[in-house]
Design a protein around this ligand. Structure first.
Ligand SMILES: Cc1cc2nc3c(=O)[nH]c(=O)nc-3n(C[C@H](O)[C@H](O)[C@H](O)COP(=O)(O)O)c2cc1C
Length: 143
């Protein structure tokens, strides 16, 4: 699927097939993330891909914005210390959030191009999700 076609056909999806993601899809999502640009090339964004059904159920208890039962939840986060050290104060305060948005877009459009729907979700309890997926302190403290 061409990029513009993926952009035009993507819609936030809130109900999902009960079907795991094939490894090739997960690999493509990882590649999309790793090839996302970041301001000053600071690369302070990190990603955790959760596929375990029990953990997805737990995450959903702390994520009111997350509808349906997706095959995977992709937790995007960023390390403010890395942003400051590599990109300066602007990266720490603003650009790391822009960088996460760019990465999210890359991931959603890659998934869409491979026939996999998604929904961005911002309504969740950040500290709970950080704890459930085991984010290091220096990342979860910034939540
Ligand atoms: C930053 C951001 C946060 C969002 N958070 C949520 C959310 O918590 N729950 C949800 O169901 N949709 C969420 N959405 C999806 C928007 O509601 C959706 O993108 C918008 O209504 C446009 O619909 P479309 O994505 O189908 O074009 C979010 C979208 C963005 C960009």
């Amino acid at each position: 699927m061409e990029v513009l076609e993926a952009i035009k056909t993507r819609r936030s999806t809130r109900s999902f097939a009960d079907q795991p993601l094939e490894p090739v899809i997960l690999e493509a999502i990882e590649e999309a993330f790793f090839h996302s640009p970041s301001a000053s090339n600071s690369q302070e964004s990190h990603v955790v891909i959760v596929q375990d059904a029990a953990r997805i159920r737990t995450i959903k208890r702390f994520a009111q914005g997350l509808s349906g039962t997706p095959a995977a939840i992709i937790v995007l986060c960023s390390n403010p210390k890395e942003a400051l050290a590599r990109g300066g104060i602007d990266s720490e305060e603003v650009l790391r959030f822009v960088n996460m948005g760019v990465a999210a877009s890359h991931i959603m459009l890659t998934a869409q191009s491979l026939g996999v729907a998604s929904c961005p979700a911002r309504s969740f309890h950040q500290r709970s999700i950080a704890e459930i997926v085991g984010l290091p302190d220096e990342i979860s403290r910034s939540c």
